[in-house]
Structures are given as structure tokens and as C-alpha cells.
Ligand binder design. Structure first.
Ligand code: TYD
Ligand code: MG
Length: 438
């Protein structure tokens, strides 16, 4: 028997209620409950339940090395873990305009036999994008082999591709899909969940990998049901600042690879360019020997990356001096200023302090502390740090320099790029020691 009934589901956490309410009791959010019609699943017959399933010993289970499909984009392959696994369903989320469609279009051009389902744009728009991306590239005699499908009914999509031999299915985006079996609108919690469920079943049955595009809300969360992230094999997040061309692809979840790999891209006229050496990009416009500038080594996934921290310290005209931070946590800057005030002879209490990480990068790691402190100290003293200096370390409340993870890896990367004066826990114990002696 297939039964359907109405429930109210929280669009944020997926909690279900028999009646509508203004607030979700589970996650505490307001106005998130939406009406969903549930199609009950056929229950198993008493007979199957009676026989039960079979327990397996470990050695009875066959293991196959998973076949992988290279995307032809090195940075994307690395984030996925050497490419897509056949049958893998991967969700790529990110703010509108960040470059999801661009990246996936490139991917579809690299592979043969790709089907690109464009629910957001017309096929004409996709074609224009492809032509724009191929402009300026060396004579492309190869015609792209991808096929476009302008359809949003998931059942029509699946019927259309059922008999096709395809290597990759791209759905742009999951919020535009719907099935006529459910009454909700495309983009509602129930629709997204059911459509994705049907696509996953197809991927596993046919061993075809699927890339799904998902939008995020203003708060940076995937719009739609939270459960979606549990249903798919991998969740990749494309981030970046719309005023900069840097784009970073991070893994939120990956059943077939590590979650700490990060892909770095630069948005260009002709698509997303891979950045294989991000340090060069971040230090490209750095003025050597500038006052108020320090170089830090941060970790982007498992890769050490050199970035520039800039500080500007000026006499304040306000009763409460301003402290503005871009790319680093403003509260951490406050703490570091307290440390400078107490443990060094630099008076920063009455000064406006502005700190910025260049390149539009946002750094959450405490390993950037020491560079932040040194950039501020450099601005206060009006003296540049040595040209070949980098700073690696967290700064404690007692003014001590603390060691951070992957220190050797960071040092090696710095040395490789010619930064031989390394300030860290190994070279100094207290920030004051560095500030007095350079
Ligand atoms: P898009 O991939 O459509 O974003 P999303 O699918 O995440 O919403 O990217 C849109 C922006 O990227 C748009 O502002 C134009 C710009 N863009 C480039 O800078 N270069 C390119 O080659 C392409 C195709 C787009
Ligand atoms: Mg798009």
C-alpha cells in the first residue's frame, strides 16, 4: 500500500511535525517549517521480515579497487581523491555567481560522453559560455562531445538517459528538479530529497558518476534539506570573494578521499584556471621591504601556502580606537594587540589598527598570529622586516610563541621560495625577543 500524508518539515534541520508551528523545536529556527506531502514507502511483507537478512564474514566480502575517472582538472581531481569514483554522487555547493557552472562546464568539455542537464540556464546560454571559454585557446579542432538536456522533471531526465551510454551526468542545479509524484514545488525540501534519491539510485545502478550543483543561502548553508548532505558521497564547497578572482574548492565530506585537500583556482575570462603554486599568486604584488608587511605560512588542506599580512597603525582621533581586520578574525587581532601592549614596549592602546590578508583570503588558523603581530609591530616602529623573513606560529596570552601543526612542512615551503629567515617557536620563545632585535 502506498499512503501519502501531510507533515510539516523544518527546511533547516529536517525535523518533522504533525502540525505547523512558527519555530522549530529541534534547531530553534523561526519560520522554517514547510508543508510536505510524504509518499509512504511500501513496507516489507511479513514474510521477508520473517526470513531476515544474512550476516557476512569479512572475508566473504569482495573488494574491488574502485575505478576512478579523472576529471582532467588536476585541482578538482585532488580534492575528489584522484578523480571521481564510478557511481559516485558529488554535490558542489556555493554562492550564486561563484563559478560552479563554469567549473562543471570545463569538466564536461574534458570528458567524452557527458550529459549536462541545464535547469537554470537555457542551452543557448551554456553554448555561449562554452564558446567564450574556448576563445583564445589554441585551435580547437575537436568539437565538444557533451550533450545538453534542458529538462527539470527528474523522471523525464532519467528516462531520457536510461539507454544512453554516458560517462558523467551533471545536474545544474538540484534546486530546479521536481517529480510529478510529489505535490511540492521544485526546490522544496521534499522535492530535493526525492529527486536526489532517484538520481542516486540511477548512479549506483548504472555506475555513472553524478555532479550535482546546489545553491547556498545567505548564511552559507545549502538551501534545502540537511539530509541531502548525508545522502550524497561527497560535498564540495566552492568559495571566494566576489571582488577577487581567487576561488577555493574545499571538501566538507568525502566518502572516497581525504577531506583536507583544497583546490585553488583563479577565475579568468576563459574559465577557472588552476593555480598550482598559490604562494606565487598571493605574493605576486608584494612590495619587498615594505613597512607593515609580514609573510605567514598557512595550510590550505595539506599544502603550505605563503600569504602576506599587512598592518596599518595610525594615531586615533576617536575616544575608542578603531580595530579593523580583513581576512583574519578581528577578535584575535584585539587579543594580539593586548599582548603587544603588555609584553613589548610598543604603545598601541591609543592607535587605530587595520589588518588585512591580501588576495581576498580568509585565514582562520592561529598560525597566522605571529605574522599579524610582526606586521603591526613593523607599522608601529616604522621599520620593515628583513626581506627574506617569514613568521610561523601562534601567539599565546603570555606573549609566548607557540608551535603549530606541520611546522617542518611550512618551513620547507618557505625556504623553497627563498624565505630563509624563519621566525617561529624554534627560533624565539617570546614575541618581544623578535620585536626588539630586528
Ligand atoms: P557561474 O559559473 O555561472 O556561477 P554559478 O554557477 O556558481 O552561479 O559564474 C558566473 C560568473 O563567472 C559570472 O559573473 C561571469 C564569470 N565568468 C568568468 O569570469 N569567466 C568565465 O569564463 C565564465 C564562464 C564566467
Ligand atoms: Mg550556475
Amino acid at each position: 500500500m502506498v499512503k501519502s500524508s501531510v507533515v510539516y518539515e523544518c527546511a533547516s534541520c529536517g525535523a518533522q511535525y504533525p502540525k505547523w508551528a512558527g519555530k522549530c523545536e529541534e534547531c530553534g529556527k523561526w519560520n522554517t517549517l514547510v508543508e510536505e506531502v510524504q509518499v509512504g514507502r511500501r513496507t516489507k511483507t511479513a514474510q521477508t521480515r520473517g526470513t531476515g537478512a544474512r550476516l557476512q564474514n569479512l572475508n566473504e566480502i569482495e573488494t574491488k579497487t574502485m575505478a576512478r575517472l579523472s576529471t582532467g582538472i588536476g585541482e578538482l581531481d585532488r580534492v575528489l581523491g584522484e578523480g571521481l569514483v564510478l557511481g559516485e554522487v558529488c554535490l558542489m555547493i556555493g554562492e550564486p555567481g561563484i563559478g560552479k557552472s563554469t567549473l562543471l562546464t570545463q569538466l564536461s568539455l574534458n570528458l567524452e560522453r557527458t550529459v549536462y542537464v541545464c535547469g537554470e540556464e537555457s542551452p543557448g546560454q551554456v553554448r555561449l559560455r562554452i564558446e567564450r571559454m574556448q576563445k583564445g585557446k589554441k585551435a580547437q579542432n575537436k568539437e565538444p562531445k557533451l550533450k545538453l538536456l534542458a529538462e527539470t522533471d527528474v523522471d523525464v531526465i532519467l528516462t531520457t538517459i536510461e539507454k544512453e551510454d554516458i560517462a558523467l551526468l551533471i545536474i545544474d542545479s538540484v534546486q530546479t528538479l521536481y517529480t510529478a509524484d510529489l505535490p511540492g514545488m521544485a526546490g522544496s525540501v521534499g522535492q530535493i530529497r526525492e529527486c536526489t534519491g532517484r538520481l542516486i539510485a540511477y548512479a549506483k545502478r548504472k555506475n555513472v558518476p553524478i555532479m550535482l550543483v546546489g545553491h547556498v543561502t545567505k548564511e552559507g548553508e545549502m538551501a534545502g534539506p540537511k539530509v541531502l548532505e548525508h545522502m550524497v558521497d561527497a560535498v564540495l564547497e566552492l568559495t571566494g570573494d566576489r571582488y577577487y578572482d581567487l576561488r577555493i574548492l574545499r571538501t566538507q565530506k568525502n566518502r572516497f578521499g581525504a577531506t583536507d585537500e583544497v583546490g585553488v583556482f583563479q577565475m579568468s575570462e576563459t574559465g577557472m584556471m588552476e593555480v598550482t603554486n598559490p604562494s606565487q599568486l598571493f605574493l605576486a604584488e608584494r612590495e619587498e621591504g615594505a613597512i607593515g608587511s609580514a609573510v605567514a605560512v598557512i595550510m590550505e588542506g595539506t599544502r603550505p601556502v605563503l600569504v602576506e599580512v599587512q598592518a596599518l597603525v595610525v594615531e586615533s582621533e576617536l575616544p575608542v580606537p578603531r580595530r579593523v581586520a580583513q581576512g583574519v578574525d578581528a577578535r584575535r587581532v584585539q587579543i594580539l594587540l593586548g599582548v603587544l601592549q603588555k609584553y613589548t614596549r610598543l604603545a598601541v592602546g591609543s592607535k587605530d589598527v587595520f589588518v588585512k590578508v591580501t588576495g581576498g583570503l580568509s585565514v582562520k588558523e592561529p598560525a597566522i598570529d605571529l605574522a599579524t603581530v610582526l606586521a603591526i609591530a613593523s607599522s608601529v616602529r616604522g621599520k620593515a622586516l628583513p626581506k627574506n623573513a617569514v613568521a610561523i606560529g601562534e601567539v599565546g596570552l603570555l606573549g609566548e610563541i607557540r608551535s603549530v601543526g606541520w611546522e617542518q612542512k611550512r618551513e620547507k615551503e618557505a625556504q623553497k621560495l627563498g624565505y630563509t629567515q624563519i621566525y617561529s617557536r624554534s627560533s624565539h620563545r617570546k614575541v618581544g625577543e623578535i620585536i626588539q632585535n630586528w
